[in-house]
Ligand binder design. Structure first.
Ligand code: GLC
Ligand code: CA
Length: 521
């Protein structure tokens, strides 16, 4: 089994993690200073959202130079130091590659707009077809300079590259090699499943679907038949895998959307010869019910059986924080992460999730996030009803380290985003001192996970719901002779579970891990 199938991932949003030089913006040296903290929780890998050179219109997801670092985050030497310092601690480091699009500031785009490239680096057309972007509205943007429209899958300042031009593919694979050569353990791949668009640019068919979701990206009354999940993108996944193989065992973790069977294809067809890992986003909108998790695991085990490995993710830099969906209930959050860390899959945790950081409320109008700006014409209650926030600033507030000014994130007078007000009680320092905290709980479960291969490499067998009391989830993890049973009581009542003629008491909203010698948690 490759290392990245049994690792655990901690996601860092560099701008918000730790500010080492007091300018109000998190930076690479800041990450380096906090590596020991991440290791002490028990995470084996870190993934950093992009810190490449960028005008920061989408805070790094609009790259203008893949082989350089944005000055507010540091230098190439800092990035190298981060790679080396992570490795020195026996951990792995994953960078974030935005291959689908660049910034409009990228020299490639400027040259294309001036028609100075032999073959187009981007996708141009005299007249738009009916394609909608992933964020709504036409994805075709007019360039007054070139007097043509370019295609942008996400936002207007993020033009999509034209991978049908071999020069583009080669140049981007060279960028990938640039970092692999410097020792990066692999990449998280931004919106990988839109990399190729239909070569004939055929119109997308109509759909009744208004809002895209995790299982079905169609929306805005359009079926995204010709703009996402093209077979060429799946073939490209294999090509990228081969490039990584030149450097040994490297992780490729795809951000892809679609139903489970489609996203599985990006991981690999029969063998695990594609990206090897894709996010399973469907649980971002989990329901806190045993039946929900039972069905989720059953479906995922069916569609991602060995040698595939699912990735369990409950929060990230785009979506509402998991504890917010639990109405900030720490006890429930403990149970959610007990599940995430003991189920068969790679757990991916978003910075601050381990201390129960929640979403701040930041009015749209003040939103720095370009999505907030795009959506501010709609009333807030629509998004609240849908359980989402279109202002991603709310979940990107600075990491809460302690109860001093700026939550110990920065010594600046003003931080790039305001610190969430709850930092006085929700912070690393306070939780390290409190034995009953979420942080200490997660650390404890990670210790169990890291020292028992049954959790990282073992098989999973669900205990049928009919053998368990209502709102209790149960599964077994086995690896060789070692076997564990995990029971999670999601109800507000204590439950008695009888397994093999033995009865175990599981208190309300809590979980137990049983080994053959008895209860270990
Ligand atoms: C992905 C990223 C998101 C970004 C977008 C455009 O969805 O996760 O943060 O805005 O792609 O790159
Ligand atoms: Ca800084």
């Amino acid at each position: 089994m490759p290392w990245y199938h049994h690792t655990s991932i901690y996601q860092i949003y560099p701008r918000s993690f730790y500010d080492s030089n007091g300018d109000g913006i998190g930076d690479i040296q800041g990450i380096i200073q906090k590596l020991d903290y991440i290791k002490s929780i028990g995470y084996e890998s870190i993934w950093c959202s992009p810190f490449f050179k960028s005008p920061q219109q989408d805070f790094g997801y609009d790259v203008s130079d893949y082989c350089d670092i944005a000055p507010e985050y540091g230098t190439l030497a800092d990035a190298q130091q981060l790679i080396d310092e992570t490795h020195r601690r026996g951990m792995k480091i994953v960078f974030d590659m935005v291959m689908n699009h660049t910034s409009v500031e990228h020299p490639w785009f400027k040259k294309d707009a001036a028609k100075q490239n032999d073959a187009d680096y981007y996708i141009w057309r005299d007249k738009p077809n009916n394609w909608k972007s992933m964020t709504g509205g036409s994805g075709w943007q007019y360039s007054p300079e070139r007097k043509q429209y370019y295609w942008a899958s996400f936002l207007p300042f993020q033009p999509d590259l034209n991978y049908r031009n071999p020069e583009v593919k080669k140049a981007m694979l060279d960028n990938v090699r640039f970092w692999l050569r410097r020792g990066v353990d692999g990449f998280r791949l931004d919106i990988f499943n839109v990399i190729y668009k239909d070569s004939l640019l055929r119109d997308n068919p109509f759909s009744w679907k208004a809002i895209p979701d995790e299982k079905n990206p169609n929306g805005f009354f359009q079926q995204f038949k010709y703009t996402i999940n093209q077979p060429e993108s799946m073939a490209f996944a294999k090509e990228l895998r081969n490039v990584c193989n030149e450097f040994g065992d490297r992780i490729l973790l795809g951000e892809v959307s679609g139903n489970r069977k489609i996203i599985r294809k990006f991981s690999g067809e029969e063998k695990n010869d594609g990206l090897g890992l894709v996010f399973n986003f469907e649980m971002l909108r989990f329901k806190f019910k045993a039946k929900y998790f039972d069905e989720l695991v059953r479906n995922i085990e069916t569609d991602f059986p060995e040698p595939f490995m699912p990735v369990y993710v409950f929060s990230n830099h785009d979506r509402r924080r998991s504890i917010k969906r639990l109405k900030d209930d720490t006890q429930k959050a403990k149970l959610l992460h007990l599940f995430q860390l003991t189920v068969r899959g790679v757990p991916c945790m978003y910075y601050g999730e381990e201390i129960g950081m929640t979403d701040a409320r930041i009015p749209f109008k003040k939103g720095l996030d370009p999505i907030a700006q795009k959506m501010k014409k709609y009333p807030r209650f629509i998004f609240d009803l849908a359980g989402e926030t279109p202002n991603r600033d709310e979940l990107r507030t600075p990491m809460q380290w302690n109860d001093s000014a700026n939550a110990g994130f920065s010594s600046a007078g003003k931080t790039w985003l305001p610190v969430n007000k709850d930092f006085i009680s929700v912070n690393v320092d306070a939780e390290q001192k409190n034995t009953g905290s979420l942080l200490n709980y997660i650390q404890h479960i990670l210790k169990i996970r890291n020292s028992n291969e049954a959790f990282t490499k073992g098989s999973l067998e669900l205990i049928p719901q009919k053998e368990l009391p209502g709102n209790v989830l149960g599964y077994k993890r086995k690896y060789g002779p070692s076997e564990f049973t995990v029971l999670l009581n999601l109800s507000t009542k204590d439950k008695a579970v009888t397994l093999n003629a033995k009865t175990i008491q599981v208190p309300a909203i809590s979980g137990v891990i049983l080994s053959s010698n008895g209860k270990i948690q």
